[in-house]
Write a protein that binds this ligand. Structure first.
Ligand SMILES: [Zn+2]
Length: 305
């Protein structure tokens, strides 16, 4: 009987009687060295399952160990990578009334799509409304229950309007309070770190800046997308080729102290047609898991002294 039903469904699809559901987006593959919201959600889900790791969005050795233990306990190959076999076992269905680390994982994902939720683990009315809106926008059953299909659409999907975002540094490298500091002289920000990995904040095309060891930007990178330039200065080394396509969260270099710099730091700036816009609110939104404001809406004054 089951074979007959399967055959009938297959035949119906073939001749167009039943339109097949839109293919779900592929689960991302995340492993050691990765950072960003998929990592943060996976960490919250691991915490939900009792693994006492830090949920900081950085896939380090502690997270890898937890993933391997979870895979072994789940009958999976313990390769430490969270891919299409591990995600379905890791996710937890959540809905209104739940209060858990799994809800935090879902809130992190909903915020990739601009819902601006507080990531507090409390699945209240606001999270329910966001879940229903996301399901409706993706032609899913819109009941507000985040089950396997909605989870895959959330984690695997790409937000329209530019894609995901990443902090320029590992989340654990600096506290939130460093991302709102004013710059000297003009709109930009100086992030005080020494020889730390730097990441693409957006997806785009990366270009090398080579001002030399002691002048200007030193060795840096700029990422250009949609007419907006995201500039990084004072690297000790560049990690991608000139003109290379990068995705948000890709490592593009290592911070340093090259160029016109008085001490190790990452200088970060956002420019549109040569005009500098204050990056602080952009970075704070990413830090908070909110969708950042459009760069063109960022102020040009008030972030420097
Ligand atoms: Zn600076």
């Amino acid at each position: 009987m089951r074979i007959l039903v399967t055959a009938l469904i297959a035949l119906s699809v073939l001749i167009g009687l039943v339109s097949p559901a839109q293919a779900a987006p592929a689960w991302p593959n995340v492993k050691i060295g990765a950072n960003g919201p998929a990592v943060l959600s996976a960490q919250h889900l691991l915490r939900h399952r009792g693994y006492n790791i830090t949920a900081d969005g950085d896939f380090g050795s502690g997270t890898e160990t937890a993933v391997k233990q979870f895979q072994t306990a789940s009958g999976l190959t313990a390769d430490g990578e969270i891919g299409p076999l591990t995600w379905p076992k890791l996710i937890v269905s959540v809905q209104r009334g739940n209060n858990s680390e799994a809800v935090r994982a879902a809130q992190v994902q909903l915020n990739r799509y601009g819902y601006g939720l507080v990531v507090d683990g409390d699945f209240g009315g606001g999270t329910h409304t966001a879940a229903v809106a996301f399901q409706s926008a993706n032609s899913l059953e819109s009941n507000g229950v985040i089950g396997p299909i909605t989870w895959q659409a959330l984690v695997g999907g790409t937000p329209s309007g530019g894609g995901a975002f990443s902090l320029p540094l590992a989340r654990g490298d600096l506290p939130r309070s460093e991302y709102d500091d004013p710059h000297h002289d003009y709109p930009a920000i100086d992030l005080p770190v020494t020889n730390r990995p730097a990441y693409a904040v957006v997806s785009g095309t990366a270009y090398r800046i080579n001002d030399g060891a002691t002048t200007g930007c030193g060795y840096g990178m700029k990422i250009i997308t949609g007419g907006v330039e995201y500039q990084y200065c004072h690297f000790s080394s560049q990690a991608v080729a000139n003109g290379q396509a990068v995705r948000a969260g890709d490592r593009i270099g290592t911070t340093g102290n090259t160029g016109n710099s008085t001490g190790p730091h990452l200088h970060f700036a956002i420019k549109i047609n040569g005009a500098r816009h204050c990056p602080q609110n952009f970075l704070l939104a990413i830090y908070d898991g909110r969708t950042p404001p459009a760069p063109s809406s960022l102020p040009k004054t008030g972030c420097f002294y």
